[in-house]
Ligand binder design. Structure first.
Ligand code: HPA
Ligand code: ZN
Length: 326
């Protein structure tokens, strides 16, 4: 029992978790009731039954339906606080939280409401839970670059509350280079850059995330192993990959966890990390990702220390703080 124990207790950073994907069914129903809204599911059990996905798009449709209950700043606060409590219990000491505003502005909820709720929870978590948290605004890639620019503009009054920008939603058919100019603008504003690439999409999308968007980390990136020249570059430049094993399993990127390539990634010298992506939908928070993946792949305590070290190395905390965690 020593390895599962080590995995649970290791101090770690989480770098790939969409806050809307941490909305648990119970809280979803509570927020619906609070806001006088009804959900298209009779109860929590019926909702959970809908959590079976054949691919990314099937998940995104269900996820989007769940976000409709989020209306007030307090809703965003409560959702974020619930995640931060769970993360702290998993010995996450630093987390970089993805969120999007376009989903919510599409429902008539303004950007200020979203960011203020998330930020207030992050501030409270630092003093009350001892966890540091940053916010990364993800543009929705199924929408246009013009709409991404609009989202960035609406978030600009809150620049001091943001760590960076990312790119999420439907990958296939929406290559990174569609967002070249808006990422350049975000970089000018001093924001850090990440993008989902190589989750379902080809290695070419990882190349263009690096070359066109100039991102510092790749979210998922599991398809990189199909391209040896890309692997060589990612290793040479030590570009981190934020891998989400249970997400990959639930979205059928790999047929079983035993067939996941996390072990091969570490073996190749890639700076891989383990993360939960959308923990309320994919069967668990970060420690569940660690314990299930280690059991399925037969990984060791050495791998555990490597992954924890990678998570801090790959994070956007400053260099002196990084040193303290290594
Ligand atoms: N991929 C793309 N978009 C997302 C994901 C994901 O895994 N989770 C939430 N939005
Ligand atoms: Zn993701």
């Amino acid at each position: 029992h020593r390895l599962p124990d080590l995995l649970k207790r290791l101090p770690k950073a989480e770098l790939h978790m969409h806050i809307e994907g941490s909305l648990e069914p119970e809280l979803m129903f509570a927020l619906a009731a609070r806001n006088g809204l009804s959900l298209p599911y009779a109860d929590v059990a019926a909702l959970k039954k809908a959590y079976v996905f054949g691919n990314l798009q099937e998940f995104l449709d269900v996820y989007h339906a769940g976000t409709q209950v989020l209306r007030t700043e307090q809703d965003f606060y409560d959702m974020t606080w619930a995640y931060l409590e769970r993360a702290a219990a998993d010995h996450v000491v630093h987390t970089e939280i993805f969120f999007d505003t376009q989903t919510h502005t599409g429902h008539g909820v303004d950007t200020d409401t979203v960011i203020n709720g998330l930020h207030r929870a992050c501030v409270d978590a630092r003093s009350q839970l001892g966890i540091s948290a940053g916010l990364i605004l993800c543009f929705l890639r199924h929408l246009s670059q013009a709409e991404a620019f609009e989202a960035l503009e609406q978030a600009t009054p809150h620049l001091d509350k943001l760590l960076g920008v990312g790119l999420a939603s439907s990958e296939l058919g929406h290559p990174p280079e569609k967002f070249t100019e808006v990422f350049a603008k975000a970089r000018q504003l001093g924001l850090r850059l990440v993008a989902h690439a190589g989750e379902e999409g080809p290695p070419a999308y990882i190349w263009s995330a690096l070359d066109a968007l100039k991102v510092e980390r790749i979210d998922h990136g599991v398809q990189a192993l199909k391209d040896p020249a890309l692997v060589a570059r990612l290793v040479r430049e030590q570009i981190p990959l934020t891998v989400c094993p249970l997400s990959n399993l639930k979205l059928c990127v790999f047929p079983t966890l035993a067939q996941h390539n996390l072990g091969a990634m570490l073996q190749a010298g890639l700076v891989a990390t383990v993360n939960s992506d959308d923990p309320a939908y994919f069967g668990g928070y970060i420690n569940e990702n660690f314990t299930q993946t280690f059991a399925a792949l037969g990984l060791s305590s050495q791998h555990a220390y490597q992954l924890a070290s990678n998570s801090f190395e790959a994070s956007f905390i400053d260099a002196s703080a990084k040193q303290a965690y290594q």
